[in-house]
Design a protein around this ligand. Structure first.
Ligand code: GLN
Ligand code: ZN
Length: 769
């Protein structure tokens, strides 16, 4: 390991920090604003306070350069759309009337206008709002937010570096506006967009920015030569500007591959690269490209996406190697710390020994500072930190908590037959038809019903000891009665129990599985004001007892219609948790799948004829590079089948996925061998139905006709129109009618009207068949 001091003192920095505040103050303020209980001024004050305390925390921890502009009321991609003036036609009136309300109208829609489409931010669980661009898009620079936030940090006398989404990634993440040709390529707008970036850069320089970071994570995906050319052109042009700050182009989540030489040669002053295992290959590629002579390299050696402590010795060795490859090496996390919770020290319910294995944003910041110090001053300067780190790593590696021999034996004994149903799909489908006797275009929902404030209060009461288990469970049962009664009255065909007992679709199971850790405060932004607390896959996974059976059977006891059992699939259990970094993901998935298989079999034995195993995360966990995908899809689809293949042919297995763009995994969806799939489709006008049809997908499918991400109620006519569009792709015998996703984030009034309209739409369209 290299211990000699670097030529220039290494600086510690991060690209972004959790936005919500220690007590989710931002969520409360924004939602309060939506309800009219918090004024715009009060919201702005809360936001400014949060930014200030984050910067202070970073600076006090020893971070030399703090990020600005990473803060957002809702989403940083939406902020970028505002920055470049890309407001869709349908939102212009709202934005003109009130900037803030217009902003939220783009994010959430209003009764009159639909919001922007929302999709996954690369392979994370963060969602961004997809910019809509067309040949008529006119970009105009609005640097107000970036300049204001930089000025706040400057006023605090902090060295600050504005972080912007780069122009190439911005365009690559965009989609054609509704009135544009669907084949329109937003990247063709690059020449129009660059002058706007030039203007923003000039404004930031005038406001005191020495450096500006431009994030180009889209360049870690497989890119065509034309796209790489666009990147070359973009940075040649931005680099050639005279009135600009120094430019740091950042990438993360995977290796840069062919884009590495493009950026290395670009006339910019620095690159920020991911050097974690997720981006293996960057180090060798950088060496092969001759390094970055004369440039600044920001080395993302601390994993910004998991919650395990860093191996500081190993990172120092990587940093030592990098010292020979650039003019100056600074230390950072691999990506924004937006993707991890704030502070592991807040987890008082986790064994203190285990807490020492965990690093959230605050602990990662300390690791970054330690590494920068070690790199600048030599390892002696951080001897105590290194010793403590070695001891913590050893305590984790040797702990009995993480190894269960029975689980390992069972997983090792799995055969191919265990992951296959006893009959092929067409035979099962016939058996299910005569068993279930559903009408054409059967209606159903995705599982959850509104999580009312009484329900949340009851759960909080249970946690605080104000309510006993019996009282809480009666509360849940009464909710189930209400939900079943509503569905019967509304005329839905396949009912659900409503998931009243679940705080979250992953956490609920994680709390009942051995090997998982739950956090109390580990909130991470999912989208807008929605935060989740991903549990931690810490050890080998087993199921001590049934997890859902009593709720499903209770619901079934109240009705003659089939009640769908509801589970979260193995891939999603992994994707929405923090995963182990000490064994292959496929190994962990198989352990979870076996635990779920027992639950599926128990549900069937208790009389459940329809069981849904949700896998909304199958697509999001897809590796960013095509070369890495087959191996992932092999273990992912096997894990799903392993959990669902223990049932009889007449038991109908459903799965559910959200968030568009399924084109590239239709084969994998087919390989799940589920009988029915429901998918998000309302915002994309049933695009997914056409993709399934183009693939020749042979099974039943329910592309969503009700966008549940918005409080907007779709009319029966609107739902019927979507349904007819669905019928153009999928024959009536195989088409289901359902919302895009679960209803837990919705209120009862809009849920009631929307589902009534959905059933009316199904009835209307049935008469047209
Ligand atoms: N069954 C879950 C629900 O209805 C599915 C949620 C999801 O796909 N994200 O809430
Ligand atoms: Zn969903």
């Amino acid at each position: 390991m290299t211990a000699k001091p670097a030529a220039a003192a290494a600086r510690a920095t991060v690209y972004g920090y959790p936005r919500q505040g220690p007590d989710r103050e931002l969520k409360k303020a924004v939602e309060g604003y939506w309800k009219g209980k918090v004024t715009a001024d009060a919201l702005a004050t809360t936001a400014r306070e949060l930014r200030r305390s984050n910067w202070r925390a970073l600076a006090d921890a020893g971070v030399h350069e703090v990020p600005t502009g990473d803060f957002s009321y809702y989403d940083h991609v939406l902020d970028t759309s505002v920055m470049v003036g890309a407001v869709p036609e349908r939102h212009r009136a709202a934005v003109a009337a009130d900037t803030l309300d217009g902003y939220f109208a783009m994010a959430r829609g209003t009764q009159e206008v639909a919001p922007l489409e929302m999709t996954k931010w690369f392979d994370t669980n963060y969602h961004y709002l997809v910019p809509e661009l067309g040949p008529d898009t006119v970009f105009t620079a609005d640097s107000a937010k970036q300049v204001a936030e930089l000025s706040e940090a400057v006023a605090l006398r902090l060295a600050a570096r504005p972080v912007l989404l780069g122009p190439v990634t911005y365009l690559l993440l965009s989609k054609p506006a509704p009135d544009a040709d669907p084949g329109f390529e937003p990247l063709t707008l690059l020449d129009r967009l660059l002058p706007v970036y030039a203007e923003v850069l000039a404004d930031l320089r005038a406001a005191g920015a020495e450096w500006v970071q431009l994030d180009e994570p889209a360049l870690v995906q497989d890119r065509t030569p034309a796209e790489l050319n666009a990147a070359t052109r973009a940075y040649r042009e931005l680099g050639a500007l005279t009135d600009r700050p120094k430019l740091l182009v950042a990438s993360y989540f995977d290796r840069l591959g062919d884009a590495l030489p493009v950026l290395a040669k670009a006339p910019v002053e620095g690159l920020a690269l991911d050097f974690t295992d997720a981006a293996a290959g960057n180090l060798d590629a950088l060496a092969a490209a001759g390094g970055l002579p004369g440039k600044r390299l920001v080395a993302g050696v601390v994993n910004g996406r998991n919650i395990w402590i860093n191996d500081l010795t190993r990172s120092l060795s990587t940093l030592g190697t990098l010292l020979g490859l650039a003019d100056r090496v600074d230390v950072s996390a691999s990506c924004s710390l937006l993707h991890v919770p704030l502070d592991a020290a807040a987890e008082r319910d986790i064994d203190p020994q285990i807490v020492r294995w965990l690093a959230f944003a605050k602990q990662k910041t300390a690791e970054i500072v330690t590494l920068a110090k070690g790199l600048s001053q030599g390892t002696d300067a951080i001897a105590a930190e290194l010793a403590a780190n070695r001891a913590d790593l050893a305590s984790r590696a040797g702990s009995a908590i993480i190894r269960d021999p029975a689980v390992r034996e069972r997983a090792a004994a799995v055969t191919d037959a265990d992951a296959r149903r006893s009959q092929p799909y067409p035979d099962r489908a016939a058996a299910q038809r005569s068993h279930l006797r559903l009408p054409l275009l059967p209606t159903t929902t995705i599982g959850s019903f509104p999580q009312t404030s009484e329900l949340r209060a009851a759960r909080a009461g249970l946690r605080a000891g104000r309510l006993d288990t019996a009282g809480y469970e009666e509360r849940v049962r009464s909710e189930i009665r209400e939900v079943i009664g509503f569905q019967e009255k509304t005329g839905l065909d396949v009912l659900v129990h409503g998931e009243a007992e679940r705080n979250d679709m992953v956490q609920y199971f994680a709390e009942q599985l051995t090997g998982y850790l739950a956090t109390q405060h580990g909130w991470v932004q999912s989208y807008g004001t929605r935060y989740v607390r991903p549990p931690i896959l810490a050890g080998d996974i087993s199921r001590p007892e049934p997890m859902t059976v009593r709720w499903t059977t209770y619901a079934q006891s109240l009705t003659d219609r089939p009640v769908k059992g509801m589970l979260t699939g193995p891939v999603t259990m992994l994707a929405w948790s923090f995963v182990r970094d000490d064994q292959p993901l496929g190994e962990t998935a198989r352990q979870v799948a076996l635990a779920l298989r027992d639950e599926v079999n128990d549900l069937e034995a208790a009389g459940t004829s329809v069981i849904q195993v949700d896998e909304p995360a199958l697509r999001e966990t897809l590796p960013l590079r095509a070369a890495d995908r087959p191996a992932y899809l092999a273990w992912a689809t096997e894990a799903f089948r392993l959990s669902t293949s223990g049932v009889r042919p007449e038991t109908q297995i459903h799965t559910h996925m959200c968030y568009a763009e399924f084109g590239d995994i239709v084969q994998a969806i087919d390989d799940l061998d589920a009988d029915v799939i429901s998918l998000e489709a309302a915002r994309s006008h049933m695009q997914v139905a056409r993709e399934l049809a183009a693939h020749g997908y042979p099974r039943e499918a329910g592309p969503g006709v009700y966008d549940i991400h918005s409080p907007r109620v779709p009319s029966a006519e609107e739902a019927a129109t979507l349904l007819r569009a669905g019928l153009e792709a999928i024959p009536a015998e195989r088409l289901w009618v359902n919302p895009d996703c679960g209803l837990k984030t919705r209120g009862w009034p809009e849920t009631r009207s929307s589902l009534e309209n959905l059933v009316t739409a199904a009835r209307t369209v049935r008469t047209e068949l």
